[in-house]
Write a protein that binds this ligand. Sequence first.
Ligand SMILES: *Cc1c(COP(=O)(O)O)cnc(C)c1O
Length: 431
Amino acid sequence: MRYHSTRGGDADVRLADALRRGLADDGGLYVPDRFPAADAADFAGLTGLPAIAERLLTPFFAGDVLAGELGAITGEAFDFPVPLKPLAAPDDLSVLELFHGPTAAFKDFGARFLAAALSRLHPGAERPLTILVATSGDTGGAVAGAFHGRPGTQVIVLFPKGRVSPRQEAQLTCWDGNVRALSVEGSFDDCQRLVKAAFTDPALNARFELSSANSINLGRLLPQASYYAQASLSVYRRTGQPANFVIPSGNLGNALACIWARRVGLPIGRLLLAHNRNRTVPDYFERGEWSPRASVATIASAMDVGNPSNMERLRDLVPDLAELRSFVAADWVDDAVIAARIVSDYRTYGEVWCPHTAVGAEAYQRLPERERAAGPWVLVGTAHPAKFPETVEPLLDLTVPVPPALAALLELPRRSTVIAPTEAALARALL
Ligand SMILES: *Cc1c(COP(=O)(O)O)cnc(C)c1O
């Protein structure tokens, strides 16, 4: 399998190169040259996520140096449960809980898979593989945890000082050894700018092999297709019908992974993309015009994206809006409605949603009755509510129990280095 850039300017590359580079040289995003075909029968007898992922991804790894390692990578990366929990009659609705990994959000799947793959490309390299990651919250913790303790690698996390939630900050600053946290006196945009500048700094490049692990890396996207394969097979084996998914969305990585799984031939029906007040995608579905804008802050902050980068991959795959609308819809929800949904679903189902999952729960309830009744639906739960106690606990007047893996991280001592938002300060911290 070869991969090419959505902008067509970069020569076809192998998977390992796409993983190392992240972004194509022409600024586009890597996509597979073709999609292999596999249907439910091809997965007969396979159950756990590592085995299903290996079957799904084998053609995507064909001919690559990592091909022989795929089984080891899926086994190592996906070593935590992925429950699909039935919610309530009369509708056939379940929740796919993607938040049982070490940092309690679905970013663990992609980050752990990418770390397992990249570390296999680097045994004994002279310059340590150095992952620079700018984060506004969830991504940095997942990437740091995934690379922590891996020989030949180091992770530098840049976060905006004082602008991440207390528990997010704990997950960014609790590491030692090969992970360092830099608390940047500036905004998330400053952090991103510093990371971009580092890639063109000759002194840093002489010393380290720099790489990024942001969400547009293929090595984060491909593994996410695996849980859609597993969940849709489970629904299909139970009902004989394709599964429909409600996906809380921001940068569209999670949604695109589902569309890729559907394209391969997994039993997936409709998708409902649920956004917060950052409504660029719903507006596109409604008006047919793509008009990215600045992001606005909401209580579902991991979805605060005004210019979702994976739209470039989606439009590459399905350029025709009418065709896209035939199986994908999009809706958006404001903060007050998210809060109300957290309260009402706790009463109905006894479930505590994180603010992101609640966006999906609300979008589902707004579907016309006949669509909800037309087949099995799966609500994608993207984070554990214990990551957002500031929002959730006052609404429900309760304390959300912290899952053990997250509790263990929160106990660790915090360490970070404060730096000015300048390229010189970053270089000083690294060299
Ligand atoms: C990143 C994130 C999202 C948005 O996912 P995209 O792939 O960017 O669309 C939703 N919920 C949570 C909790 C996240 O961390």
